[in-house]
Design a protein around this ligand. Structure first.
Ligand SMILES: NC(=O)C1=CN([C@@H]2O[C@H](COP(=O)(O)OP(=O)(O)OC[C@H]3O[C@@H](n4cnc5c(N)ncnc54)[C@H](OP(=O)(O)O)[C@@H]3O)[C@@H](O)[C@H]2O)C=CC1
Ligand SMILES: O=C(O)CCC(=O)C(=O)O
Length: 500
């Protein structure tokens, strides 16, 4: 695709599509590569193991275009404020492009481009047929009212619509850090008001609530994927041996950073699988219990108080930097908050033997080197947290087909199951328990399809990654990038871009 380079303005918002060559360099953790530089370093390391030409790799690495938007709004004192927002398209080798929208005070163009790039490689790792994109709104969501937030989100969606950077066949955003289902409804509604004749308009965004075209299972999908990938990895004896742990997730001590969407659902699934969640780290404190936190009771506490702080079933530690909790004793560490949390300043002190990257970009290249030397295994972000985009893909398919998964077949399957049970019951040699009967009779629901489709996808992607890592003798991140780059290159070559 040609790099976009347009500039235009309208009365209430301004939009600029920046040619990527104008991007600035932004700093990250002091003395370390920025997030974008890290993603590119990981890409380069893997790219060197492919037989693709340097020119093609350079093109594949670059971010195709970035839309920059300025959104005005009036704060609670009536003063005019401006919010900067972005939408980056890393690769349109497949369309639509896909990726969440982050809302945070630390959003910048460089971070958005890094996240968009990760989306390209992530979709390829799990065979989701999308290109990579990401959005960012530079705003601390807790500083605005709901009405102000709605206006900002709708303005953002309006600008994307007018720039042709949203639509079921163009670009399909979703939630990321700081955004959620309600924001997705405002986006869908804004898009639909301009494209009201588009029968597929619901597919312009995923992560919507069920009543507004969402799918059962998207809310928990990223955390559930983080669980599936960890559970399957822990079954691979040869791989587990490298960590020094015993096979199986059961009984393992887990630390989770971030109790938002991804962190809370990861906690739920690991706890359900009989792991001990011993520490949960939030921005200003961490919560610990050596015997494992009761995650069900913790959820109730969160729902009542709006925070996990002072949960009576654990000790809340507020003194000092909460990231110190990453260094607590555990088997598995699941960073599920921000990028660059595991860096040169703390990598030496990490006790975990397995790190499952639920967040995007939580480990810097410098930290990774230290951890690898210590024998720590890292299941990388582009594989570990892909569950969100996988179930987003299912939501998009649901929106385009205009029917809930299982609606046409469930009753039919149940009748056939009942006939089978009847036939089996007539055989004296067969003794079916009530649970077995129920399992045979029950037709698959939408949740069953979403969850089993996600499970299958994560198992296949982990298998492919482990195979490549063994074949090339490289770590899992490099292997996942090699697989992703190879898959994207096939599509690039087949389409034979006329601009090459
Ligand atoms: N949502 C999704 O489907 C996907 C998300 N991801 C990635 O997962 C990560 C988390 O996203 P998500 O759960 O959606 O975001 P949320 O906004 O739902 O939650 C983020 C959580 O992290 C906490 N947090 C913020 N800063 C810190 C910090 N410095 N130390 C500890 N905790 C902190 C937040 O606390 P507070 O509320 O105080 O800010 C919040 O509890 C991000 O990296 C995101 O890109 C990846 C794939 C899909
Ligand atoms: O669900 C999606 O489409 C995107 C999720 C996302 O932003 C991510 O995986 O980082």
């Amino acid at each position: 695709m040609l790099k976009l380079c347009k500039r235009w303005s309208r009365s209430h918002t301004r939009r600029v599509v920046w040619p990527v060559c104008q991007r600035k360099r932004f700093s990250g953790v002091s003395g370390e590569a920025t997030f974008l530089e890290s993603v590119n370093m990981y890409f380069d390391r893997a790219a060197a193991l492919t037989d693709l030409s340097a020119g093609r790799l350079e093109y594949m690495k670059a971010c195709e275009s970035v839309l920059r938007i300025t959104i005005p709004f009036r704060d609670s004192e009536g003063k005019m404020q401006t919010v900067i927002a972005y939408r980056a398209h890393h690769s349109t080798h497949r369309t639509p492009v896909k990726g969440g929208i982050r809302m945070s005070a630390s959003v910048d163009i460089s971070e958005t481009m890094a996240l968009a790039s990760l989306m390209t490689w992530k979709c390829a790792v799990v065979d989701v047929p999308f290109g990579g994109a990401k959005g960012g709104i530079r705003l601390d969501g807790s500083t605005v009212t709901e009405a102000q937030r709605e206006k900002i989100i709708r303005s953002y969606a309006l600008e994307l619509t007018q720039a042709n950077m949203i639509g079921p066949g163009l670009d399909v955003p979703a939630p990321d850090m700081g955004t959620g289902p309600k924001d997705m409804v405002w986006i869908r509604d804004t898009y639909k008001s301009f494209r009201h004749a588009d029968v597929d308009a619901d597919g312009c965004v995923t992560g919507k609530p069920l009543e507004s075209g969402g799918i059962r299972g998207r809310l928990e999908a990223t955390g559930q994927g983080v669980y599936f990938v960890g559970r399957e990895f822990m079954k691979l004896e040869e791989e587990v041996l490298k960590t020094g742990l015993t096979p199986g997730v059961e009984g393992k001590r887990v630390i989770i950073q971030g109790y938002g969407n991804v962190g809370s659902w990861s906690a739920f699934f690991y706890h359900k699988a009989d792991c001990k969640v011993v520490t949960i780290i939030e921005r200003d404190f961490y919560l610990e219990n050596e015997d494992g936190l009761d995650i069900t009771a913790l959820r109730e506490h969160f729902d009542k108080t709006g925070s996990i702080q002072n949960f009576p079933g654990g000790k809340t530690v507020t003194d000092g930097d909460s990231a110190k909790g990453l260094e607590n004793d555990c088997d598995i560490l699941i960073p599920a908050a921000l990028e660059q949390q595991i860096n040169l300043s703390n990598a030496d002190n990490i006790k975990a033997r397995l790190i499952i990257e639920a967040a995007n970009g939580p480990t810097t290249p410098g930290a990774q080197e230290i951890l690898h030397k210590k024998g720590v295994v890292i299941i990388p972000d582009l594989l570990a947290n892909a569950g969100g985009v996988v179930v987003s893909y299912f939501e998009w398919l649901k929106n385009l087909s205009h029917v809930r998964f299982g609606r046409l077949s469930r009753r039919f399957e149940e009748r056939r199951g009942a006939t089978l049970v009847k036939a089996l019951s007539s055989l004296k040699s067969v003794d079916l328990s009530p649970e077995m009967r129920q399992e045979i009779i029950r037709g698959a629901t939408e949740s069953d399809f979403a969850s089993s489709g996600l499970e299958d996808t994560m198992i296949i992607a982990l298998g492919e990654t482990v195979d490549t890592s063994k074949r090339l003798g490289v770590d899992l991140r490099t292997a996942a990038y090699v697989n992703a780059i190879t898959k994207v290159a096939v599509v690039e070559k087949q389409r034979n871009n006329i601009f090459f």
